[in-house]
Design a protein around this ligand. Sequence first.
Ligand code: ASP
Length: 585
Amino acid sequence: MYRSHHCGALTAAHIGTGVQLAGWVAKTRDKGFMLWIDLRDRYGITQLVLDEERSDSKLLETAKRIGRETVIQVSGTVLEREAKNPNMPTGDIEILVTSIDVLSPAQTPPFTIEDNTDGGEDLRMKYRYLDIRRTPVQQSLLFRSKVALLVRNFLAEHAFVEVETPYLIKSTPEGARDFVVPSRMNEGQFYALPQSPQTFKQLLMVGGMDKYFQIVKCFRDEDLRADRQPEFTQIDCELSFVHQNDIMACFESLLAFLLEEIHGVTPKPFPVISYEDAIKTYGNDKPDIRFGMTFTELNDLAQNKGFQVFDAQELVVGIAVPDAASWSRKQIDAWVNWVKRPQVGANGLVWVKCNEDGSYKSSVDKFFDADGLSKWAEACDAKAGDLILVMAGNANQTRTQLSALRMALAEELGLRKPDEFAPLWVVDFPLFEKDEETGALHAMHHPFTAPKPEHLKKLESDPTAVIAQAYDLVLNGNEIGGGSIRIHDRITQEKMLSLLGFSEEEAKAQFGFLMDAFRYGAPPHGGIALGFDRLVAILDGKETIRDYIAFPKNNSGRDVMIDAPAPLDTDQLDELALIVKPKPE
Ligand code: ASP
């Protein structure tokens, strides 16, 4: 027996008991005549003690030589501590050690294994197994496991069946590039890793599984943005004989259940807002609705009043920043400069202070009198003490820029509270996005998404006006899930692929299997996938998903611990019939 108890288990109730513990030496304190060791395992820390009076002198000498992170097994007796530590579960006791076995020696670790470590990100990733010993990382992984279990239990209770779908498949388009795997047995041919199990889960519906789920890895070879992982986990689901509302109700209950279980809050029912309204009100299709600062269009009140900067623009739009009328010119100028940075790219910012005494002071006083500005304030629902910020320009760009400003201001003002949860649904997405340059149509969700039945007629005549039966689940400014009702007849699916630019042959080669399946009785179906890594992070009040992945990749898609990706040796390349062109000198 290695241990009778874990390092987090012993309390005053155990005083006088003989115990065995095993774990890592977190810290030692050597007072010469007395030695304390903090012994750590996943469950906690227990203080060990040896001294000249009560311990064997050889044992004390051995113990003094044991370095940090050495793995030891000890036997001893539980004693009441003289100086109790109420901040730790085992703070009432210590173990008077009678024997120590070194199970595994340890070199000095490259960074301290403590809550606040001195190790930088790169070093911690290289030695991720040591990082995982640290309590915050361990807590994150335990939290992830807890959420996964809650999700599984919920879905199982709602009759979902967990089915594994293959990883070695053919391209399933979700708008990214595929990671590919060469097939040794089929020279010159490649599998693609799934960007999602989309087509398989639809085939499971054709197969009569009725309700499917899987907590599953997906792979997307995208240019990496901060905090994106090339492989990530989805809670992937599909249901038969359902309408959009059925799916939304089901996954609203799932998220409400998680929020209730984890935080004791039930923000039900979730608001539902159309894509168009989301863009107009927040400049963003994944709005953070924990705070206001909603957009007000000011074209009627601000144009043709002599201020030419506004007159020629497609959109003049403002937000009211709460209690910011007291900001100094310097503070306001800092935000003006902030929006002019290339990352945001705005031309500037017009500001109006709605002073407490009812007067106005603005950067456009020359063009607008108090009466004019009071109309802006009324439209923006600005109260005395608020600051109105206004942008103008091309509608799409200006909304995006003002949205960036709204989020940055909220961050600065502490309005993005991590312990507040404001989920919502965004619905009525357009079916297609049009490439401004080439005029080509792209699926806004994916090519299997069904249009609203009443929009089917417009599919060919006016495709960009077609609204999809698609929905996104948004939490605190993050898209945490998205799904749709699917096309389940061959003719519509063929038409859709042709509108997306697939020739008949290409469509058949890539998705023939799906369209063939639709010949054999496909039930109406739809589904959703939630981004599990992000969901877990947000539920834990954090935004960095990397902390919730045991072995994440860095921003260049590398695993720096195992040093992947790596070149293959020539034999392997030969076997796979892959020729790598030498790089030009
Ligand atoms: N396959 C979709 C995705 O990965 C989700 C869905 O439509 O169910 O985003």
